[in-house]
Write a protein of this length. Structure first.
Length: 242
């Protein structure tokens, strides 16, 4: 498991140059777009979560949270043979974006007054056996558990709060299995690079904006993503050529 992460354990984030250990570097093929290489890290996070969940071919999967991590997980899980994948989001823009992806069988907004009925219509009897929390909201955990079948599995990828309050009887009474997922292994990172190379067209569609490397541009994009309430983005690339 990686414990040496640029932007987490060491400085990095939006710097033009960062120090990285030599053994952590990967050389991309000449025909591999550099901007797709930038997506290997978030894809590896999603890939690790799918592995932790242990999905089986032909199963149904519910992903709570329709941001990039959830979307990457949906694509990877579908390639593994998951039969049906449903997602839960909030904002209209991102929900509509996910509805346009052919590997997502349905995306529902919790703000829709018919949300519970719409999700119930596609849920297996008793709930989903495989559920991924790609949101990490402390206010949504009871809902997530309520959609999970007894002895089902929930993978925890999202982390927005260090403390989560929930109805313990939902967890205990259904004997739900929790599978925390933290980053990825280096082998999974290599797998993510290979997966992107084999699915370039589908991955490319997930880059929805390119912005210049400037303080104002980055700040404005963060405000759109987290403050504006009109977020329809998936992955945003900082393009140093702009």
């Amino acid at each position: 498991m990686t414990t040496y992460s640029v932007g987490m354990d060491i400085d990095g984030a939006y710097s033009e140059y960062v120090p990285v250990r030599a053994e952590r570097l990967r050389k991309l093929p000449d025909d591999y777009p550099l901007e797709l290489g930038a997506l290997a890290e978030p894809l590896a996070v999603s890939l690790h979560g799918v592995h932790r969940l242990g999905v089986k071919p032909g199963c149904k999967l519910l992903i709570w949270g329709n941001g990039p991590i959830g979307i990457f997980a949906a694509l990877y899980a579908k390639k593994l043979g998951v039969a049906e994948i449903y997602m839960v989001g909030r904002g209209e823009g991102r929900v509509n974006f996910c509805r346009g992806l052919d590997y997502i069988d349905g995306c529902f907004s919790v703000n829709d007054p018919d949300f519970d009925a719409e999700l119930a219509a596609v849920s297996p009897k008793g709930g989903f056996e495989y559920v991924m929390d790609a949101l990490g909201s402390p206010d949504a955990f009871d809902q997530i558990l309520s959609k999970t079948k007894p002895d089902g599995k929930v993978a925890l990828l999202g982390l927005h709060s260090f403390t989560v309050s929930f109805n313990a009887l939902l967890l205990l009474g259904r004997e739900i299995n929790l599978n925390p997922s933290w980053f990825f292994t280096l082998e999974e990172y290599d797998e993510a690079i290979k997966f992107i190379g084999e699915n370039k067209d589908e991955i490319q569609k997930l880059i929805t904006s390119r912005i210049p490397h400037s303080k104002d541009a980055v700040q404005q994009m963060f405000e759109k993503l987290f403050v504006s309430g009109r977020n329809d983005e998936c992955k945003v690339i900082i393009d140093y050529s702009l």
